[in-house]
Ligand binder design. Structure first.
Ligand SMILES: [Zn+2]
Ligand SMILES: [Zn+2]
Length: 319
């Protein structure tokens, strides 16, 4: 009976990620919320998104599908790095409620769960970097830090105690709780767009299914693993300019792949700055876009890097 309740509870959480655990006969919740064991059933959607990519061999490919895949990768990468990370996790700049919601939705379309979940875990990562409580530190194993940590009960819940500042917005709580909704609607939109192209621009050689597989599934998997590298590779591979208390690294390759997030050692040194490439030669495309957005009033008050930190970095580079 307890097992059936567990199965039902896992399936309910595919849709309502914050559903309360049912009680077993002994009055205890059917799952332990602190377990760090992989809950295979709860993460079936994660595997399903990966496996669905194999349909590229069925739907074929076209230039339009590849372009869609890349555009969806970069647009959503920006929403994750600039908003899920720099805005929701670190409040490194300001914006109004409309743009806050707009980019929260765009970030949510990346299927990396909701903005409050993402930011709550990330805030804890900074608080406990590379210590026992840091759920995705490579000290628990490389693959665990890359794609293991979010497969356990300890990771599924959103800890609202560290995200009180955003929890007061009901629209954010809604997309956070029903975190499959935005990706589902986004995927449906891409499918319809592909069908529209097939009907009106048949010379492009694409259709709804092809666009769905490339524009949503392939793009989402590439985006997920690129994001994960910041938790895994950026704490193991690269240079350490600053002697931070964690193992964070600066890695120019990962910085290009993730629109600036690869300057992760810089980021751990001064996390509330809107830029992570601290010097002109450290390419940080998210910051350039944020800067351009500030010129037209979409965002404002981008936190700078203090002069003291810049000088400290220069001195360390000269050593
Ligand atoms: Zn880190
Ligand atoms: Zn951070």
């Amino acid at each position: 009976m307890k097992m059936l309740k567990q199965i039902a509870y896992n399936m309910i959480r595919w849709i309502d990620s914050e559903a309360e655990s049912p009680k077993a006969l002994d009055g205890e919740a059917v799952v332990s919320t602190n377990s760090r064991q992989v809950n295979w059933q709860r993460i079936i959607p994660f595997f399903a998104v990966h496996l669905t990519c194999l349909f590229v061999f069925v739907v074929g490919v076209s230039p339009a599908a590849i372009i869609m895949c890349l555009v969806m990768f970069w647009v959503r990468m920006f929403a994750i790095t600039a908003f899920y990370h720099r805005y929701f996790s670190h409040r490194s700049f300001k914006t109004n409620r409309f743009w806050q919601f707009f980019f929260a939705v765009l970030g949510a379309s990346a299927a990396q769960r909701g903005p409050l979940w993402w930011a709550s875990h990330h805030r804890k990562h900074h608080k406990y970097s590379d210590q026992e409580q840091d759920l995705h530190s490579p000290m628990h194993g490389f693959w665990w830090s890359h794609m293991g940590w979010f497969t356990c009960e300890d990771a599924f819940k959103t800890d609202y105690s560290v995200i009180k500042d955003w929890a007061k917005f009901p629209e954010l709580r809604f997309i956070n709780r029903f975190d499959i909704l935005v990706p589902f609607l986004f995927a449906a939109g891409i499918f319809l767009f592909g069908e529209f192209l097939a009907a009106y621009y048949p010379a492009m050689g694409t259709n709804g299914w092809q666009m769905l597989i490339w524009g949503f599934f392939v793009s989402t998997v590439l985006l997920a693993h690129s994001t994960f590298t910041i938790n895994s590779l950026c704490h193991t591979w690269g240079k350490r300019r600053f002697d931070t208390k964690d193992d964070s690294r600066n890695n120019p390759i990962l910085a290009l792949l993730t629109l600036g997030e690869g300057w992760h050692n810089n980021h751990h040194r001064f996390a509330v700055s809107a830029r992570q490439g601290f010097y002109w030669w450290e390419i940080d495309i998210s910051y350039y876009i944020l800067k351009a957005m500030s010129w037209v009033g979409i965002v404002r008050d981008l936190n700078p890097v203090p002069r003291k930190v810049l000088e400290e970095g220069r001195a360390n580079d000269a050593k």
